[in-house]
Write a protein that binds this ligand. Structure first.
Ligand code: ADP
Ligand code: NI
Length: 216
């Protein structure tokens, strides 16, 4: 097997062990979807598909929701990449991508490479559309939060701390993150993919409120 394929296989095993049983929307199949979508966008955008796939596979490993010390975990992954005989330049690249991918309440971080931007788009596409709705409900349920509370209003200015720990409902999360994602896409292909998924969110909300009010 080619060196790159061996590294991808090893990364896959590493991630599968870490995410086994994860029930807050970061499960293994999220990683598989992000990897597949990143490959698809990489082809369109003529990017390095290996770096995209490696970033996609590892992108949630050092997430603060899954780690008490995310920075230490990121260092451990950096070391692991070098152990895999990945060049220091590529290892730095993947780590930089992972560091800048996450939404963290404001969506202001943008990876500085095309490959990082592609995986960010793929990750964000998985947060909208039908799958995005399912993940949002699963995440909210895992935190014991309500589906909807008409008294609670979406918050405008979200710091990373409030984004993670504040009072929240699943429906509030649509306004605080999901509906913003289509305008934050980095690539043309990602933007195009986001359109239909975004429309699906809008349709869902319309139906949700109509049913809430007993109109349908
Ligand atoms: P990122 O890794 O881009 O920061 P998150 O880790 O915040 O994304 O989100 C992972 C998944 O969980 C996404 O589908 C996201 O929409 C969902 N999620 C995150 N925070 C909440 C929340 N407060 N309520 C509902 N779903 C959430
Ligand atoms: Ni992710």
């Amino acid at each position: 097997m080619q060196k790159e394929n061996i590294i991808l296989e090893n990364a896959k095993k590493l991630v599968q062990v870490k995410l086994a049983g994860e029930a807050s929307g970061h499960d293994w199949w999220h990683i598989v979807r992000v990897r597949n979508m990143a490959c698809k966008i990489a082809l369109e955008e003529k990017a390095d598909a290996f770096i995209c796939q490696l970033t996609a596979l590892l992108h949630d490993m050092a997430d603060e929701k899954l780690n008490d010390k995310p920075d230490e975990e990121l260092e451990r992954i950096h070391f692991w990449l070098l152990e895999q005989n990945l060049s220091p330049t590529d290892a730095d690249h993947v780590i930089r991508n992972i560091r800048t991918l996450s939404f963290k309440g404001n969506g202001k971080l943008v990876p500085d490479s095309l490959e990082g931007q592609i995986v960010q788009d793929a990750d964000r596409l998985d947060a909208i559309g039908a799958i995005g709705i399912a993940r949002c409900m699963a995440y909210s349920g895992s935190k014991g939060r309500p589906i909807h509370d008409p008294v609670m209003k979406p918050r405008e200015q979200l710091t990373p701390e409030v984004y993670r720990n504040g009072q929240d409902t699943a429906i509030m999360h649509f306004y605080e993150k999901l509906l913003k994602l289509k305008d934050l896409m980095n690539t043309d292909f990602g933007r195009k993919m986001a359109e239909q998924r975004h429309q699906y969110l809008e349709n869902f909300l319309e139906e949700f409120y109509a049913e809430w009010d007993g109109q349908r």
